[in-house]
Design a protein around this ligand. Sequence first.
Ligand code: ZN
Ligand code: ZN
Length: 369
Amino acid sequence: MVEKGRAAVYEGLGKPMKIKEYPVPEPEPGAILIKVRRANICGSDLHIWRGDVDLANLGQPLPIVFGHEMIGTVAKLGEGISTDSAGQPLAVGDRVVYRYFFPCGRCRACLRGDDAACPMNSFGVYGLVEEYPHFGGAYADYYYLRPHHTVYKVPDDVTDDMAAPANCALSEVIYGLDKVKLSFGETIVIQGAGGLGIYATAVAKEMGAGKVIVIDGITQRLELAKAFGADEWIDMREFKTVEDRVMRVRELTGGWGSDVVADFVGFPQAMVEGIDMVGNGGRYLEIGNIAPLKTCEIDPSGLVINNKSIIGVMLYTPAYLKKALDFLSRAKNSYPFEKILSHSYPLEKINKAFDDALKGKVSRATIVP
Ligand SMILES: [Zn+2]
Ligand SMILES: [Zn+2]
């Protein structure tokens, strides 16, 4: 009898996911069949659930299994795969993390070594669930990692909860802070203390930031930011207006404004506010806004006159996933990583997990199939 695995099938906007069973695929040469251990609900998944991002409009055929932030165990190795992307021996039963997007390898971005910017990354991430190999997303018993893809063994001292956000949130943050060239002694403002903002706080400290200032309006998140190394925080309930907050950043940066400001919020207005917080010659990092057609108005002369620049970042290049794992292993005793994931749900409760996450009842939920 063919072995079967469960998957949470997404059929489109506004429809609850349905648990269905599909045959567990045999991996092709170079591919890996992975048993999912944890699959997180990331901010971008919530955008899909809420309808800010309509996958059908983005050219994604449905139905699919979605979800991308995860950790798994090697269940079957395709022919020819005996090591991970760092050259470490790989065997059935090893815990692994991997990239969930598939750069083409032949466009201008890929050829100059920046495959995070490959236009193909946004397409065909999730294959049709009815077609082989069925398991193209995280919310399922299995995940099928396509041939010859970035995969790293998870160090023994890094727990599942710590490693699950590595292949999305953490790697993207490390890559983003490198791209915006945050350097030793600089000031940085982090807008939004969700999962990304919390990681950014710790990573900025590790990169030698002189002062890390975190903005949010929820006590629990601000407390977490402090535990992850924030030097100062700006509570939006206290500093209610944009002017209050911009003024506060100036006060905290000796009147100059911040060298770097990074957006992990996901509301376009945060960008307008954040650019005002950047000091002359500083840089703005935009990561939070991923929902298309949500706009804001900025005054471009402010960029010109003050020599400010804006850098947009999505995803990351492969080596950053290894850097993320190494960081977790190295810094495991310095930050309370286990506090980032707040609630876990079984696969059958996935719709409830999304509803709870959407209502803000949980900070970062994880599905344990
Ligand atoms: Zn994500
Ligand atoms: Zn490409």
